[in-house]
Ligand binder design. Structure first.
Ligand code: ZN
Length: 280
């Protein structure tokens, strides 16, 4: 296979692989979209359980105060009845005190009872609201899950199509080159084959050794950039041939006008990582 044809195939493959990896990434990210909603649902459920426990406690207190109130009422009524049969001042005073004590208790227990009843009504209302929110949230989540499954299925179908395109393209290409190429594209977010222009790698912007640059120009074999591991192909420098062989100027940034300064730094960091991978 002629080198130009190999490079063409690699460029097409690069597009396919970038798209494939982007889809893979998206498929991984999609379920994370639900995590906020799932957390909210878990919080609502926890809150419902806590409110329900408070409700049970208030119910138990209510019944306790109800019994105490009944006892106090009975004690007062009993004392009042005994008033009819007493004969001494001392007995009167004792009964009178009993009646006042019982009445005080009755009042206190009524207040306690009312407080528990308000608490019960309040919690009951809160539980109803929480239950409604839980129901709503569960319905939302179920709906979103269906949507997400459809989205994932669609992306997987796109990936199958890309895998087929990839399969049609790879015969005749060196498997080792393909393996490296795939890894570079995965690590470099899409660019695995770049031009060498004026002796500079257009992937990492490093000045390459002259002999190296000449090998790329000859185009007899696949050459990987020693700095960023991308596959290199030769492209005529705007300044022409002479400068290509001139080490002084070949590294000038003046002919990097088509590169983005911002991703320059980002890439610099990645270079080391990839190179380290390759040394294994
Ligand atoms: Zn490079």
């Amino acid at each position: 296979m002629a080198m130009d044809e190999v490079f063409d195939k690699l460029r097409t493959l690069q597009d396919i692989l970038s798209e494939k990896f982007a889809l893979e990434q998206q498929i991984q990210e999609i379920p994370k979209l639900l995590s906020t909603q799932e957390e909210l649902l878990a919080r609502l459920k926890k809150s419902f359980i806590e409110k329900n426990q408070d409700y049970e406690t208030a119910k138990a207190s209510e019944s306790e105060f109800f019994n105490l109130l009944g006892d106090a009422e009975k004690a007062r009524e009993r004392a009042e009845k005994n008033m009819d049969v007493i004969s001494t001042q001392r007995e009167y005073e004792a009964l009178d005190k009993e009646i006042r004590d019982a009445s005080e208790k009755e009042q206190q227990y009524r207040k306690d009872l009312q407080r528990e009843e308000r608490q019960i009504a309040d919690l009951d209302e809160q539980m109803k609201q929480t239950a409604a929110l839980i129901e709503q949230q569960e319905a939302d989540l179920a709906e979103r899950r269906v949507g997400i499954e459809a989205e994932i299925a669609e992306k997987k179908a796109q990936m199958d199509k890309l895998a087929q395109d990839e399969k049609n393209l790879t015969p005749g290409l060196d498997p080792e080159v393909l393996f490296k190429f795939e890894r570079i594209i995965r690590n470099k977010m899409g660019r695995g084959i770049v031009a060498i222009k004026g002796g500079v790698c257009m992937g990492c912007h490093m000045i390459l050794p002259i002999q190296f640059a000449n090998d790329v120009r000859k185009g007899e074999e696949i050459v990987f950039c020693p700095y960023c591991s991308r596959i290199l192909y030769y492209e005529e420098s705007e300044q022409g041939e002479e400068e290509f062989f001139d080490t002084e100027d070949s590294g000038s940034l003046s002919d990097l006008d088509d590169t983005d300064e911002d991703d320059f730094e980002e890439e610099e960091e990645e270079e080391e990582k990839v190179n380290a991978d390759y040394e294994e």
